[in-house]
Write a protein that binds this ligand. Structure first.
Ligand code: ATP
Ligand code: MG
Length: 403
């Protein structure tokens, strides 16, 4: 009975709120003269639907014939006067606008990373990339298996490392060592130490020779995975029988423009070109998006590109193919170019100390690593044998090689 009353009460409040919202919009139409005259009759846009979510009220507005949508767009100030700064009037067609009124502006607030808040959303993905909160309080996350390879770029302090930390931490919390292996190349030697002793993390290094040998081994691994796909006549590792499905591999490179080695770049390009079907993905971060390397073939394969604040429109175009990143003013406010278009997103803040405390329970004790000499191997499936019970693990990368 009590639940029933509460439900009734909340629906009544919702009804009042929507009515008030509708009346205020109508008042704005009159004040801003968002109207059109047919003879003696004045007509206003029609409010076709009012929606309500946790952080946002929205109204779909239809323009009757004769309205100039440009005039309506120019009068968005009248909504700001009534509803405050957190208002967006979005034109969706020649005769339809959506008015969004947000309770907070995520781009001006600091949002603290909390895995519990994002867990239910990302669990549907095979390889979840969680980026942050969108303008209307929704979240932007995606499956890297569907949109492979990621670039994060922006000037110093724009929030690249915080985003990388968020992505890595989310992946580590959501995928086990049988599902995911990570290679972390930290050209600035700044913070990937955080991820040492975590079972999914196969190596953390900044040394070119080690990176080179890793890439060579990864290339071999991809060759074997390719053979496996051929033998099983499937086009993606995800379609392989569960018992022999290899883990996804993600390769993180912070400040990849510092690598400065043709062989590594070539290997990186090859991985980006063919890694998708084989379950091998790259995530690159750089302060210098104008570096020559991004102009080449590599960029084509980076299906998602996220830009933080940059100096000018030219730099923005290099990252997201359009201007916009030069207008960003706060750290962690970024623009993401995805296969579905450009999305504005605010990355949650995850400080080093916080990430450390989240990950500490998952770390292996030092002694355990010392004993596990061959722990850092990729569990390859022998491509020569189709029978799953004959599949062997072939040692590819040995931990002691990298110590
Ligand atoms: N999402 C965020 N929310 C709030 N503050 C942020 C966010 N991202 C970054 N910041 C602030 O900006 C500072 C710099 O961020 P970060 O280290 O990620 O920059 P960066 O782009 O990696 O810079 P660099 O290129 O110098 O490494 C952080 O220490 C933090 O104070
Ligand atoms: Mg950084």
């Amino acid at each position: 009975m009590k639940d029933c009353l509460m439900d009734l009460y909340s629906r009544y409040r919702e009804w009042i709120l929507k009515n008030e919202f509708e009346n205020e919009i109508k008042r704005c139409f009159r004040l801003g003269e968002i109207s059109h005259k047919y003879g003696e009759t004045i007509v206003y846009p029609t409010i076709v639907r009012i929606g309500l979510s946790v952080n946002c009220l929205e109204a779909v507005l239809n323009l009757p014939r004769g309205f100039n949508p440009e005039d309506v767009a120019k009068k968005s100030w009248v909504f700001n006067q009534s509803f405050g700064e957190n208002v967006e009037l979005k034109r969706v067609s020649a005769k339809t606008f959506i008015l969004y009124v947000m309770s907070i502006n995520p781009f001006k607030e600091t949002i603290i990373y909390n895995y519990e808040n994002i867990y239910s959303e990302i669990m549907k993905y095979d390889l979840p990339i969680y980026v942050g909160i969108t303008a209307r309080g929704g979240s932007f996350s995606y499956d890297m298996v569907e949109q492979p390879h990621l670039l994060i770029a922006g000037e110093t302090g724009s929030g690249k490392s915080v985003l990388l930390r968020t992505i890595v931490t989310t992946l580590l919390l959501s995928k086990s060592v049988n599902e995911l292996q990570m290679y972390m190349f930290d050209m600035k030697k700044s913070e990937f130490f955080l991820y040492k002793r975590i079972p999914q993390v196969k190596i953390v290094t900044h040394e070119k020779s080690k990176i080179k040998s890793c890439f060579n081994e990864l290339k071999k691994e991809m060759g074997l995975r390719g053979d496996l796909l051929e033998q099983y006549e499937v086009s993606h590792v995800n379609e392989l029988p569960k018992e022999i499905r290899p883990p996804f591999i993600t390769i993180f490179i912070d400040e990849f423009s510092l690598i400065d080695d043709k062989l590594i770049y070539d290997l990186l390009q090859q991985i980006a070109a063919i890694g998708r079907a084989l379950g091998v993905f790259v995530i690159l971060s750089t302060q210098r998006p104008s570096a020559k390397i991004l102009e080449g073939e590599l960029k084509v394969h980076l299906t998602v590109r996220i830009g933080g604040r940059v100096q000018d429109g030219t730099n923005s175009r290099i990252i997201i193919d359009t201007e916009g990143c030069e207008t960003l003013t706060t750290s962690g406010h970024m623009k993401a170019k995805t296969t579905k278009g450009i999305i504005d997103v605010k990355v949650p803040l995850l400080k080093v100390e916080h990430a450390k405390s989240i990950l500490e329970p998952y770390k292996l004790p030092n002694e355990e690593i010392a004993e596990k000499k061959v722990e850092f191997e990729i569990p390859l499936k022998s491509a020569k044998k189709v029978s799953t019970n004959k599949i062997k693990k072939s040692k590819v990368i040995v931990w002691s090689d990298f110590k």
